[in-house]
Design a protein around this ligand. Structure first.
Ligand code: FAD
Length: 141
């Protein structure tokens, strides 16, 4: 039901963050900052003409969670907050780097050679496939 909210907002501009997302971010200390920056939607209603077909009151979740609302937040702010958190942990993010190939290294055991669109390569012990629904990482041998 919450997913229907996406229709209301321009993709990439504003997204709603539902409860499991905020609970997960809370475990890594990011939820409070995001909730301060977003708009808290405490109720949801979807109508066709004058007829309400779906309505929900999230305040009834108060006894179960610290986040009894759908948080509405622009995507760039979400990415900024998460990026700053990674930076504080000493993790660098390099953009734009598109992976186009992955092979087991011929020179070293348990090492993967990752090739990028630019022709550059890097060697790594781990690759996490977090490249979305059309994941190339998932397709590569
Ligand atoms: C129109 C629309 C509206 C949506 N609205 C909402 C909403 O309001 N709330 C909500 O919770 N969810 C919403 N979703 C769903 C949400 O966007 C996805 O569930 C979520 O983005 C999936 O996250 P992900 O990290 O798996 O993939 P993605 O967000 O797709 O991230 C994948 C990343 O990998 C990068 N990448 C891709 N290929 C490569 C490659 N070869 N090499 C290197 N990097 C690569 C991409 O550039 C991207 O940065 C919406 C989706 C759409 C399409």
């Amino acid at each position: 039901m919450l997913r229907l909210l996406r229709c209301v907002f321009r993709p990439g501009f504003a997204q709603h963050k539902d409860l499991p997302f905020l609970e997960a971010l809370d475990t890594i200390g990011c939820a409070d900052q995001l909730t301060q920056l977003g708009v808290k939607g405490k109720e949801l209603g979807i109508s066709v003409g004058t007829k309400t077909i779906i309505s929900a009151d999230f305040t009834s979740l108060t006894e179960y969670t610290r986040f009894p609302y759908a948080l509405i937040l622009p995507q760039n702010i979400t990415e900024r907050v998460l990026g700053e958190h990674l930076q504080d942990l000493g993790v660098s993010v390099f953009r734009p780097y598109r992976v186009v190939g992955m092979t087991a290294s011929k020179s070293e055991e348990n090492i993967i050679d990752v090739t990028f669109e630019t022709g550059e390569t890097m060697q790594t012990r781990y690759v996490i496939g977090a490249d979305g629904a059309r994941s190339i990482v998932r397709e590569l041998p």
